[in-house]
Ligand binder design. Structure first.
Ligand SMILES: [Zn+2]
Length: 183
């Protein structure tokens, strides 16, 4: 019973978005009709933990579930867009190392940090530098840039510092906006 509950709870967000196959949906529905704890969990999920869903339009009031589902989908699309930009900017920035565009990295790398914070939150602190190292190594291994291995590590370290500055900026902005909205 305990295992069944934890499986069902993992499925709830997907079930809510109707992204499970019909058999799974039937299984979850069946379980929800029998298990009070999981039904409560599902109600919390669909009602946004008791925080009222912004009701700007009459239509949203009628169909808050659909509205929330669209918002979740939008958020996911922004995430993958930001993620693609991170990878693109790292490639671009590292490719500029040693060239005349090198200076632009003092803007590009903090930007990578800002997008990184948007996608990974505080985990960006280690995830983005790891991503930097992977991409820089890739560029080095495929001889896309004329640098020795030592320089690759040094530049990756330097860019990581710029990335961390970006993460710090994004964190401060996020934090101050949150404070603003509570007030
Ligand atoms: Zn249950």
């Amino acid at each position: 019973m305990k295992t069944e509950c934890s499986v069902v709870r993992d499925l709830l967000p997907l079930y809510f978005e109707q992204m499970v196959n019909p058999e799974t949906a039937e299984y979850v529905k069946e379980h929800l009709s029998q298990c009070d704890a999981c039904r409560k969990e599902y109600e919390d999920l669909t009602s946004g933990d008791g925080i009222p869903v912004p009701q700007t339009a009459e239509k949203d009031k009628e169909d808050p579930k659909r509205f929330r589902s669209i918002m979740l989908r939008l958020r996911r699309q922004f995430d993958s867009l930001a993620y693609s930009l991170i990878i693109f900017f790292i490639f671009l920035g590292f490719g500029w190392t040693g060239g005349e565009n090198l200076m632009y990295n003092s803007l590009i790398m903090p930007l990578v940090g800002i997008f990184g914070y948007y996608v990974f939150r505080w985990r960006a602190i280690y995830k983005v530098p790891i991503l930097l190292l992977i991409i820089d190594s890739f560029v080095f291994l495929f001889r896309l840039i004329d640098l020795d291995l030592y320089s690759v590590f040094v530049w990756t370290g330097i860019y990581s510092i710029f990335v961390l500055v970006g993460i710090a900026i994004a964190f401060l902005l996020h934090y101050s906006f949150r404070k603003e909205s509570i007030r």
